[in-house]
Design a protein around this ligand. Structure first.
Ligand code: AMP
Length: 279
């Protein structure tokens, strides 16, 4: 595995791959890698001949209330995991490489950015869209793998690539979960032992809501019942919502098209985020 820290180094490495006729996939990450990230590398490998994984804790997607300095970092551990996963290039740009002094362009996506994480984290998707566009253009990737775990992000990035005519195909990868159902996340390490034991109650409540909604129960009632159940278990639910899959528009009743149940809830100091298909 080659490690690149400057844009000329990355461009030289990807140019060599391209000259050899190899299709390139990129897996954007913020590091602190777990099995969910490794599933993205494996999926990317199935759709391309060479995989670039970026590790960049993007300051632009953190808002001032969020602690960027608290975000977990483990570069040595990450590189070992990527090597073992068969990643070809680790792309590790510093902040000054990604955003050189004077950088003044950001990307504002409308549509799927409305509501949910867009409301909870003002400016977050501007940061995500901007860094992802840069990563696609830096790598010239044919394919980019994103986790369904961050459903709204997946839709925002898909919209952005389409709108900007960036020829990188977005590959969605199903959420990887712990044995008890908790969606893997770099932030789970901040759960106390007691919180970690209670955390799977979130996906349990979501599965109950999805089941009763798919079975024809009134949507608002099913969502309210499970939101209350989560609050009783010590969660601070932010939202539990039924939405149209691609647009993220809330649904008051089931529809024939793709539906997703979205949830965000705080447990202690950790904001848990999850989603599942409905029907
Ligand atoms: P992050 O490093 O948290 O920014 O995530 C990088 C990529 O990994 C994003 O596309 C996420 O959606 C994806 N990802 C994070 N957790 C999981 C998971 N449990 N299963 C699948 N993909 C994930």
């Amino acid at each position: 595995m080659e490690t690149c820290q400057t844009l000329p180094a990355l461009r030289a490495a990807t140019a060599r791959l391209r000259a050899a006729g190899r299709r390139i996939a990129i897996v954007p990450t913020m590091g602190a890698l777990h099995a969910g990230h490794i599933a993205l590398v494996a999926a990317a490998r199935q759709h391309a001949d060479a995989v670039v994984t970026s590790i960049f804790v993007n300051p632009l997607q953190f808002n001032p209330n969020e602690d960027l300095s608290r975000y977990p970092r483990d570069e040595a551990g990450d590189l070992a995991k990527l090597r073992e996963a068969g990643c070809d290039i680790a792309w590790l740009p510093g902040v000054e490489v990604m955003y050189p002094p004077g950088a003044g362009t950001t990307i504002e996506v409308t549509g799927p950015t409305a509501g949910w994480e867009g409301d909870a984290r003002p400016g977050h998707f501007r940061g995500v869209a901007t860094v992802c566009a840069k990563l696609f253009l830096q790598s010239g990737a044919d394919v980019a793998a994103f986790g369904e775990k961050d459903w709204q992000q997946l839709q925002v990035v898909t919209r952005m690539a389409l709108d900007l005519d960036i020829p990188t195909r977005i590959l969605p990868v199903p959420t990887v979960r712990e044995a008890d159902g908790l969606a893997m996340s770099s932030r789970n390490r901040f759960l106390s032992a007691d919180e970690r034991a209670r955390a799977p109650l979130l996906i349990a409540a979501m599965r109950r809501a999805a089941g009763t909604i798919a079975g024809g129960a009134p949507v608002a009632e099913a969502l309210a019942t499970e939101t209350e159940a989560l609050a009783r278990e010590g969660f601070q639910p932010d939202y539990l919502a039924l939405v149209d899959g691609p647009s993220l528009k809330p649904l008051a009743a089931i529809q024939p098209g793709p539906m997703r149940l979205l949830a965000a809830a705080r447990l202690g100091s950790v904001r848990l985020l999850d989603n599942i298909p409905v029907g």
